[in-house]
Design a binder for this molecule. Sequence first.
Ligand SMILES: O=C(O)CCC(=O)C(=O)O
Ligand SMILES: [Fe+2]
Length: 345
Amino acid sequence: MISIKALTESPGLTSIPPTYTFTRSPVDEPVSDDPEDSIPIVDFSLLTSGTPDQQSKTIDQLGKACQDWGFFMVINHGVPESLMKAMADACGEFFNLTEEEKREYGGKHVLDSIRCGTSFNTSVDKVLFWRDFLKIFVHPQFHSPSKPAAFREISLEYCKRTRELSKELLKGISMSLGLGDTYIENALNLESGLQILIANLYPPCPEPELAMGMPPHSDHGLLTLLIQNGISGLQVQHQSKWVNVNYIPNAFIVNVGDHMEIMSNGKYKSVVHRVFVNEKATRISIVTPFGPSLETVVSPAPELVHRETNAPAYTGMKYKDYLHLQQSSQLDGKACLDHVRILPA
Ligand SMILES: O=C(O)CCC(=O)C(=O)O
Ligand SMILES: [Fe+2]
């Protein structure tokens, strides 16, 4: 399957091939034009080094952001800007390798530790997405492609720093649910939790209104951290509208995934998001989902379930089985959660 990068570099491409052409749904939600509609901002430094009062306010803010939006931006997070930039550059360089060099990582199995490809899963995608990707499992075992030369060192440091950040955020989120700060860490075995590093490449598209970078979907893990190269394109579903994510330079965009929804018994819901492409600039995003260990069977925290007032809304499933199901199916909103949802009697 030709990469979207190779396709866009073919001379004289002025329209998109039919295999990439989306028919917009007539019932698609409108895009919000209200400037007040923007995802909340959380100051990380107040969570870890604020006064007790600032810390507890930030925990409340985190809880509110998870409940109302499922998406928030994290500033003052302590991850060096130079490292974020180096990571984005290294991903750009990976995509600039020859098609032959990248083929070495064209893993067939959805749970291969390094896998590069185009669209999402070309064996099931009905229409192809205007996206190439590199997906690497970086925890509990660290993997890296051997090219470009600096990729291993940069990604090792980037993954370590984002892991520390997500661990602190998960402590705050755990407390916002009225659980102990290490509840999520212990219950979901985060010491051997899965961390993935995904680089997404969205080259310029001659007919952006007909193509889709990524279709509406939710993420499978607990929490996903995202940075981008300054080019916008991400939209989040909020109160029946699509909201453009106006990115603050050097902030992390964080979102709640399906396993947070399951663990919190639906209090913090995963949120549907999608990616648009544009005519002029190449967009790169680097996405790091954090999840339970692959062998953990995740079900709602018993502390959050009450037999009469808040019955369990999801059955337990091993994270590995969920991940396999999600990665081998078409991306379709929150359809994967239906496999574990318990419908009210
Ligand atoms: O490129 C983006 O902004 C989002 C990508 C995404 O949603 C994903 O990789 O799951
Ligand atoms: Fe996503």
